[in-house]
Design a protein around this ligand. Structure first.
Ligand SMILES: NC(=O)c1ccc[n+]([C@@H]2O[C@H](COP(=O)([O-])OP(=O)(O)OC[C@H]3O[C@@H](n4cnc5c(N)ncnc54)[C@H](O)[C@@H]3O)[C@@H](O)[C@H]2O)c1
Length: 261
C-alpha cells in the first residue's frame, strides 16, 4: 500500500498548529490525520459533534495533540468562539484549512432563494469569516501563516445539477475569488493563502451517488479513478509546507485532469 505522505518528513509540522474546518469527515478528517502524523497540534472543527468526538479520540490515540471544537461555520459568532478557543489554548495559529461545505444537486428550477442562502452561508460566508479570523491571528504571528481554502473543480467548470448544482458551483467560484482578493490584501505580510480545487473525490459527501455513477465518473477522468481524501490531504500538506513558500494566491487543481474529460 502506498504511503501518500512519505514525501514529508515525520516531524515537518512539529511545533506547528493547524485549525481545520469540516474535520469530522472526508478530506478534512484525512487532513487532520495527515497533519497529526507529521507532528502538528491539530484543532478539529465541525458541526457534527458526534463525528468530531469519535474521530478526534481516534487520532488522539496515536499520541497526537488534538483539540475538538464544535463549530457551525454558517454562524459568525460560532467561528469567533472557535478562534477564541485557539487564542486561549494554543501558543499561536500557524495553519488554517477550510474544508467545511455542503454539496447540493438541484436542477435549475428547483433552486429557490432559501437554497442559495443556505449553500452560500456555509460554503462562501463560512469560508470568508474563517479566513478573516485566521488572518487576524497570523498577521501577529512571528512565523506568519498559511491558509488553504478548499474550492472545487465545479467552481472552475460549473456544475450541471447531477452531482453539483449552480448554487454549489457559484459558492466555490466565489471561494476562488475570495482567495485571490485576500491574497492581494495580505501581500508582503508573511501570510500565504491558496486554494485547492479537488476533482470528484470518493468521500461521504458523495454517499448519495450510487456505485455505477462513481464508476462512470472515474472512467471519464484521464487518471481513471476518483480522488481519495488522502490525495487532497497530501496537496494541502504541500501548500502549508516550506516547499510551497513561493506559492501564493494560487489555485492548485488536484482533480485527476477533470478539465480534459
Ligand atoms: N468530494 C468531492 O468530490 C469534492 C470535490 C470538490 C470539492 N470538494 C470540497 O472539499 C471539501 C471537503 O469535502 P468532503 O468531500 O470531505 O465532504 P464531507 O461531506 O465528507 O465533509 C464535509 C464536512 O463539513 C462539515 N460541515 C458541513 N456544514 C458545516 C457547517 N455549517 N459548519 C461546520 N462544518 C460543516 C460536515 O459535517 C462534514 O464533516 C468541501 O469544501 C467540498 O465542497 C469536494
Amino acid at each position: 500500500m502506498i504511503d501518500t505522505y512519505a514525501t514529508f518528513a515525520n516531524d515537518c509540522f512539529a511545533d506547528r498548529t493547524v485549525l481545520i474546518t469540516g474535520a469530522a469527515s472526508g478530506m478534512g478528517l484525512e487532513t487532520a490525520r495527515a497533519f497529526a502524523s507529521k507532528g502538528a497540534e491539530v484543532v478539529m472543527c465541525d458541526c457534527d459533534e458526534d463525528g468530531l468526538q469519535h474521530h478526534s479520540a481516534e487520532i488522539r490515540k496515536t499520541g497526537a495533540n488534538i483539540h475538538a471544537v464544535t463549530v457551525d461555520v454558517s454562524d459568525e459568532s460560532s467561528i469567533k468562539r472557535a478562534f477564541d478557543y485557539c487564542d486561549e489554548n494554543l501558543s499561536r495559529l500557524d495553519n488554517v484549512v477550510t474544508c467545511a461545505a455542503i454539496i447540493t444537486a438541484k436542477r435549475l428550477f428547483d433552486q429557490d432563494w432559501a437554497h442559495w442562502q443556505r449553500v452560500h452561508a456555509v460554503n462562501l460566508f463560512g469560508t470568508f469569516f474563517t479566513v478573516q479570523a485566521a488572518a487576524k491571528r497570523m498577521l501577529v504571528n512571528p512565523f506568519g501563516g498559511n491558509i488553504v481554502c478548499i474550492a472545487s473543480d465545479a467552481g472552475v467548470h460549473g456544475g450541471g445539477g447531477l452531482i453539483a448544482d449552480t448554487a454549489y458551483a457559484a459558492s466555490k467560484a466565489g471561494t476562488l475569488s475570495l482567495v485571490k482578493s485576500v491574497a492581494r490584501e495580505l501581500a508582503g505580510k508573511n501570510v500565504r493563502i491558496n486554494a485547492l480545487n479537488p476533482g470528484p473525490t470518493d468521500s461521504p459527501m458523495h454517499s448519495h451517488i450510487d456505485q455505477s455513477l462513481k464508476e462512470r465518473i472515474a472512467a471519464n477522468l484521464p487518471i481513471r479513478r476518483m480522488g481519495r481524501p488522502d490525495d487532497m490531504a497530501a496537496a494541502i500538506l504541500f501548500l502549508c509546507s516550506d516547499a510551497a513558500s513561493f506559492v501564493y494566491g494560487a489555485a492548485l487543481d488536484a482533480d485527476g485532469g477533470s478539465m480534459f474529460r
